[in-house]
Structure formats: structure tokens, C-alpha cells
Design a protein around this ligand. Structure first.
Ligand SMILES: [Fe+2]
Length: 370
């Protein structure tokens, strides 16, 4: 909705967002509802993140999650950030689960950062691997079996569910065809694990765990039917949309939606080729959303000093944008393609930080001299 049903323009500007910037200027977008609502672009003489100090709670923050404590219990994983509608944790599991898990708090998105294994659940068996997103509807009993350690990002849609974003003008088959979503199979491996041993189910509700013991394996289904089921898509099956002529906003990479947050995925894509098109993300204010990025693989073209296994958190209310090193490549990139793979979360409600022990000291000052 355009609040005043008009577009104004003053001073030196570009007539096309994200390219043809006035000579030597830095573009900052201020907008509503992410990148789909009313917005304006302001053209600054200096990078809008060139602060010399920040005092108060709106600090850009980053976490090094490369070595978090090991546990084979998902409900003991390291909680990093949370609010009423989402809970983000990093699960570093060295061995197979010895109990079954069931989340009664919300649908759970697993993103496999490292390792591979076998997921057994009420719906059968699914082989999972690095780069997989797996949506597990709440109420599903499940466990992971694996030989080598696994590292999994857990994103709970608390009291809610996941769905696919509206693809609008892109059509229903972007950025992956829903037919590519895999579901578990009632296969030999699933039937073979239906043993007579005693199993415990750990049910999480109100973020507290209830243990329920069974004298047999309750993953004993012989079949299922319905439209509520775990689904899986691998990042390799995400086909990014791109314009060679102008930088698309991150909303073009939306992968899953929940009621109060969305998940987007950055996967390798060609850089913009038009000379005057910006080739790093534009600076923007995000008053409506907190932004979290988990870096999974590759080189992160908009950030300096951020490695695989780290997470950044930019609270709504403070401008964010490329780091000084990245900004030098705004119009000229040395490579033809990005090679980063990252998971982004935009939350409509402010997040709370739990993993303060894993915080990277001085991150908010890393834009200095920009
Ligand atoms: Fe952003």
C-alpha cells in the first residue's frame, strides 16, 4: 500500500533503484514490510554504516558456532536466538539419537550444515545429507541415525507452521519446483528398524521435555496418507533468480514462510554484469524485521571476516549493509559468480540472544572506517 498514493523525488537520485547511483553516492533503502512495501532510497555522501560508536541495545552481533557443545539430544542443542514465534539453535550431534524426539511446540526446520544420516519418523525413512532443509511438522516422532558427527541448524516455528512463499510473477515453479520436495518412504530400512526394544520419546512442549517410555519401538507405522508430512529440499535444488541488470532484494530468495518470519537461501549465482548495477547488497534500514544469517559454505561476498559456521544478527532499527572490504567491490567483482551458501531468517518480532558465550567480540565495530 502506498501511504500517500504518490512518489516524490528531491535532489540527486537514481530513477532505477540499485543502479545508476549519483556519482560517489551510497544508496540506503528505508522501507516497510521487508522489500515489498512502501520504500524510499536515500543517496548519501558516506556509507551509512560508518559509525564510530554504538551505545545501547541495537548492536549488530555475530556468533561463532563452529564448536558448540556436543549432544545427541536435539532438545539440548545450543539455543542462539529466540522470540515468541521462532527459536534458533545449533545442534552438534556426535552420535545417533538413542531416544525419539517429538516437538509439540512448533514445526521444526532442520538445516544440515555438516554430515549425513538417516531420518526415521512416523512417516518412514529419508536419507538426509549436507545442505538439506527438512521440515518436520509438530507432533511427528523422529530420530536421526548417523555414523559421523552431524551439525544441524534447528529453526522452530513456535506455535506455527511452514509453507512455501507466494511466487507471484515468477510462477509456481520458482525457486524450486514443489515436485522436488521429497517425503519419507515406507521402505525396507524403515521396516527393519521396527525393533522390539524399549524406546523413550522426548516430547518438547512449552520448551520443557516430557519423557514417555514404550516397551517397543513406536515408529511402527505400516503406512500413511495425508497432506501434513515432513518434506526435504537440498540447497543444490534451489535455482536462484537473478537479474544481470540490477541487484534483486533478498526477498527474491525466500524459501519457506511462517506466520511471523521467513527463511531465505543464498546460493551461488552470477553477479550482475551491467557496469552501473550494484553488485553487493544495498544498505538498508530494517525497522520491521530482525535479520539473522547463518553461513553454511563458500565465501561471503558482502561480509569481511565471516567464516562458515558463523551467524550474524542485525536487529531491526539499525542500518546494515556491506562491510568496508566488500563495499570496495560494489561495481566490480573479481569473480563472475557468488559462491556463498547461507540461510537467512527475517523475523517480524525482535529476537532475544541466548548464546552470549559464543559472541564474536567487536563485530559491531567491524564497519569502522567504511
Ligand atoms: Fe538485510
Amino acid at each position: 500500500m502506498k501511504p500517500f498514493n504518490a512518489i516524490w523525488q528531491k535532489g540527486e537520485t537514481s530513477r532505477q533503484a540499485h543502479r545508476d547511483l549519483p556519482e560517489g553516492s551510497y544508496e540506503r533503502e528505508i522501507g516497510r514490510e521487508g522489500f515489498s512495501g512502501p520504500s524510499s532510497r536515500i543517496y548519501h555522501k558516506r556509507p551509512p554504516t560508518g559509525w564510530s560508536n554504538i551505545e545501547g541495545e541495537l548492536q549488530p552481533r555475530a556468533f561463532n558456532l563452529q564448536n558448540v557443545p556436543e549432544t545427541n539430544e536435539p532438545w539440548d542443542s545450543l539455543e542462539v536466538l529466540y522470540n515468541t514465534h521462532v527459536r534458533v539453535s545449533l545442534w552438534n550431534t556426535p552420535t545417533s539419537m538413542s531416544t525419539l524426539a517429538r516437538n509439540a511446540d512448533g514445526d521444526l526446520l532442520l538445516f544440515i550444515h555438516a554430515g549425513d544420516g538417516e531420518l526415521f519418523c512416523d512417516f518412514g525413512h529419508l536419507t538426509v545429507r549436507k545442505g538439506d532443509y527438512i521440515v518436520v511438522p509438530r507432533g511427528t516422532m523422529w530420530r536421526l541415525e548417523h555414523e559421523a558427527p552431524m551439525n544441524v541448524l534447528l529453526v522452530e516455528a513456535t506455535n506455527s507452521q511452514y509453507s512455501l512463499p507466494d511466487k507471484g510473477m515468477l510462477g509456481t515453479h520458482a525457486i524450486f519446483d514443489p515436485a522436488k520436495l521429497d517425503t519419507p518412504e515406507m521402505d525396507e530400512a524403515f521396516l527393519a528398524q521396527q525393533d522390539e526394544s524399549a524406546w523413550t520419546v522426548k516430547i518438547k512442549k512449552h520448551n520443557r521435555v516430557t519423557k514417555v517410555d514404550f516397551p517397543y519401538n513406536p515408529l511402527d507405522a505400516v503406512g500413511w496418507t495425508g497432506d501434513l508430512v515432513p518434506v526435504r529440499i537440498n540447497v543444490e535444488d534451489i535455482l536462484p533468480v537473478n537479474s544481470h541488470r540490477y541487484h534483486l532484494p533478498p526477498s527474491a530468495h525466500s524459501t519457506f514462510m511462517s506466520d511471523r518470519f521467513m527463511v531465505s537461501t543464498f546460493v551461488p549465482r552470477p553477479f550482475e554484469t551491467d557496469k552501473t548495477a550494484i553488485k553487493v547488497p544495498f544498505f538498508h534500514n530494517n525497522e520491521d524485521y530482525d535479520e539473522v544469517i547463518f553461513f553454511h559454505a563458500g565465501q561471503f561476498f558482502s561480509r569481511d571476516h565471516i567464516d562458515v559456521g558463523m551467524m550474524t544478527y542485525h536487529p531491526g532499527g539499525i542500518t546494515h549493509g556491506p562491510h568496508p572490504g566488500a563495499l570496495k567491490r560494489v561495481f566490480e567483482q573479481p569473480n563472475s559468480h557468488t559462491d556463498e551458501i547461507a540461510v537467512m531468517l527475517d523475523t517480524r518480532d525482535p529476537l532475544q540472544v541466548s548464546a552470549t558465550d559464543y559472541e564474536i567480540e567487536g563485530y559491531s565495530r567491524s564497519w569502522e572506517n567504511s
